[in-house]
Design a protein around this ligand. Structure first.
Ligand SMILES: NC(=O)c1ccc[n+]([C@@H]2O[C@H](COP(=O)([O-])OP(=O)(O)OC[C@H]3O[C@@H](n4cnc5c(N)ncnc54)[C@H](O)[C@@H]3O)[C@@H](O)[C@H]2O)c1
Length: 393
């Protein structure tokens, strides 16, 4: 079969835009022509473009006219308008996690600690409805960039569930590290919440996905989340927190610890931790306890490689693993961190969907259920953990 050529635009020129571009170089199922980049910070866009030999566009619309797909690598607050602009022109939108959210009332001094969380739930559900409506009208699709779904360990677990007809009883997982780099992340008005959405969306999406897989394998229909109880905390903002410089501690109005307890419609459960208070490198894992097997998916770190380094300085030019505080002593260098994390597999899958219509694992419905669960969880956390029902899509 002759390879199709897909014309691409990158929106945003920061961290995510950087790893998306690296993954584009590895796509093999289609040809990829990166037409250009657009970012609100034009200096950022120019240096990103120059480094990669592509053009920096002055407007989103101008770039949209030239491409088949855009990669939405902006802070979450901008996902909805950009994705809808693409869908209205029948262009695919690869949207980074989280799909959308609630970013306040527009006031500069909006405070994420004090507003009623039902506002966040109502507005984020309305945002989801607008995106899904635009997708329904469009010839193109939302491709939800949740890399955990494409991580090889999660896909292997998918195979085990599908082929053995497993009943998944309890899923528990975590994404944690010592704090995100993006300055905007510290403010609810840009991020739509704290760590519960910023990191919790990863293991939560994987749990929702695996229960969907199980339901389809066993009964031809996905098993959806029904209710959630949650707690959130702002540990680094406690008056008694002693900052030793290892954990980011400049959050303005967001949570840095969260726990979601999700009950599915079949009565089974998932427990999802997310935090920004963990030293020792990124900690991303998911366990599945089923009626016929038990699996531990170690996304990062894992024991593919273990190295002992007696002197910190020896490894000064060696990348070991995301967010590690030291390279001295024993460590688990990831020999191909992107591969274990699912980034290249995700982009490859998206380009096959765009070019050849291959079935998509990370649909807009999965992304929508993730958002709906998280904002229901914020309502629950406001009530110190009372159970809140989840609307599904
Ligand atoms: N999947 C993952 O592992 C992962 C990792 C990091 C970030 N992300 C996601 O990627 C997205 C971007 O995060 P980041 O860390 O790259 O942020 P960043 O701050 O590093 O970069 C954001 C970029 O978006 C641009 N931008 C902001 N508003 C814009 C707008 N309205 N229109 C066009 N450009 C705009 C900025 O100029 C900047 O270049 C977020 O949704 C984040 O959650 C995902």
């Amino acid at each position: 079969m002759e390879k199709k050529t897909i014309r691409t635009g990158i929106i945003g020129a920061g961290f995510a835009a950087t790893f998306h571009f690296e993954c584009l170089k590895k796509v093999h199922g289609t040809n990829v022509e990166v037409e250009g980049v657009y970012a609100i910070d034009t200096d950022h866009a120019s240096s990103y473009a120059k480094k990669r030999g592509i053009r920096a566009y002055k407007s989103l619309e101008e770039l949209l006219d030239k491409v088949d797909v855009i990669h939405v690598c902006t802070p979450p607050v901008a996902h909805e308008p950009i994705a809808i602009a693409a869908l209205e022109r029948d262009k695919f939108a690869i949207v980074e996690k989280p799909l959308t959210g609630y970013f306040g009332d527009g006031s500069d001094d909006f405070n994420g600690d004090t507003f009623p969380k039902t506002d966040a739930l109502d507005h984020s559900l309305a945002s989801i409805e607008r995106i899904l409506k635009a997708e329904k009208k469009s010839k193109a699709k939302i491709l939800y960039a949740e890399n955990w779904i494409y991580a090889p360990s999660i896909q292997k677990e998918r195979e085990i569930i599908e082929k053995t007809g497993a009943q998944v009883l309890w899923i528990y997982g975590e994404e944690a590290h010592s704090g995100s780099h993006a300055t905007t992340y510290a403010y609810w008005k840009f991020s739509g919440g704290g760590v519960m959405i910023g990191k919790g969306c990863h293991p939560l999406s994987a749990a929702l996905y695996l229960k969907r897989v199980e339901g389809i394998a066993r009964n031809g229909k996905p098993i959806l989340p029904k209710a959630v109880s949650a707690r959130t905390h702002a540990i680094t903002r406690l008056p008694g927190f002693e900052d030793k410089g290892h954990i980011r501690a400049d959050y303005h109005d967001i949570d840095d610890f969260s726990l979601m307890h999700v009950v599915f419609e079949d009565g089974t459960i998932a427990d999802i931790f997310a935090s920004d208070i963990l030293v020792g490198g990124i900690h991303n894992w998911l366990q599945v306890s089923a009626n016929n097997h038990r699996t531990v998916c170690n996304i990062n770190p894992n024991t593919a490689m273990q190295t002992y380094n007696p002197v910190e300085d020896y490894f000064k030019d060696i990348y070991v693993v995301e967010k590690t505080g030291t390279k001295q002593g024993w460590s688990n260098p990831s020999p191909d961190e992107d591969w274990f994390t699912g980034y290249p597999q995700e982009i490859e899958a998206f380009y096959r969907t765009i070019a050849y219509g291959d079935e998509l694992e990370t649909t807009s419905n999965l992304a929508a259920d993730c958002i709906s669960t998280i904002y229901s969880a914020y309502v629950s956390a406001e009530k110190a953990g009372a159970e809140v029902p989840i609307k599904t899509f």
